[in-house]
Write a protein that binds this ligand. Structure first.
Ligand code: ZN
Length: 260
């Protein structure tokens, strides 16, 4: 298996063909059981490089374990708003009471070295004609969402690459730009067309919100020119028990079972 355990050192990528299969994960949210299920799933799918789009922490019960796994397994990771919030004291006003509670808890749990790692995360990365970002390609640190075709149209006008991979909304889906027309849809396999452009939301590993509780992630195969969007079953009851033990808010515990 051609796994690249590159540990955030710079990887030589001189052509679009250097890397064939990218696994793209986002919004892990300290859900170790979901992350392990996704890693096991993608290991059977011959992935060359793993990119994380951020929000490793927040909401869930295992922040240190998740940060450690991403350090070990991902070639690159972007900054998410929850990763940012555990580092910056003043930003919690933007979060609802449940998220705030979990973030304060996470700040106490995280080791100094894992916090130091989160501090190194970049906001946006461009590679092989694709943009990788947690929220939007325009102003990543504004943490805006791309939920509507109208918002997607704005973002396409700032996008400098053929593809853009995002997370943040925890809702898997694809915006496609065909000349001036934007369409939105959900498919398992997306054949990529050179004349079109795409903003692809790979969904959330650790807290899906599209009424499907299974973990979500994507694979971009630059050789076959397609994106594969996967859902992976995991034992969410195990994560819920760990959250109960950590006294995390009941609302955050319940939502994992419903995918909302
Ligand atoms: Zn998130």
């Amino acid at each position: 298996m051609a796994w690249v355990p590159s540990l955030f050192e710079s990887v030589e990528i001189n052509s679009d063909f250097a890397i064939m299969r990218y696994a793209i994960l986002s919004d892990i949210h300290s859900n170790l059981v979901a992350l392990q299920a996704v890693l096991a799933h993608l290991e059977r799918r011959r992935v060359d490089r793993l990119i994380c789009l951020g929000d490793i922490v927040g909401y869930g019960p295992a922040p240190n374990e998740c940060v450690q796994l991403i350090i070990d397994r991902a070639g690159l990771c972007m900054m998410g708003n929850h990763d940012w919030a555990v580092l910056e004291e003043e930003t919690l006003a933007d979060f609802n009471a449940y998220a705030r509670h979990a973030l304060l808890w996470t700040r106490k749990q995280l080791t100094a070295s894992n916090k130091a790692f989160l501090k190194t995360l970049g906001m946006m990365h461009i590679e092989a004609n694709a943009t990788f970002v947690h929220s939007t390609p325009h102003v990543p640190a504004a943490w805006d969402y791309i939920l509507s075709k109208w918002e997607a149209r704005q973002q396409f006008s700032f996008l400098q690459t053929w593809l853009c991979f995002i997370g943040h909304s925890h809702v898997m889906g694809i915006f496609e730009q065909r000349q001036n027309k934007i369409s939105y849809g959900k498919v398992n396999i997306l054949p990529l067309v050179e004349e079109l452009r795409y903003i692809i939301n790979v969904g959330a590993v650790g807290q899906p919100r599209d009424l499907d509780p299974r973990a979500a992630y994507g694979i971009w195969d630059s050789d076959k020119e397609q994106v594969e969007l996967y859902r992976v079953e995991y034992d969410f009851a195990q994560t819920q028990r760990a959250m109960q033990q950590a006294n995390l808010p009941q609302y955050l515990i319940d939502r994992l079972a419903d995918g909302r």
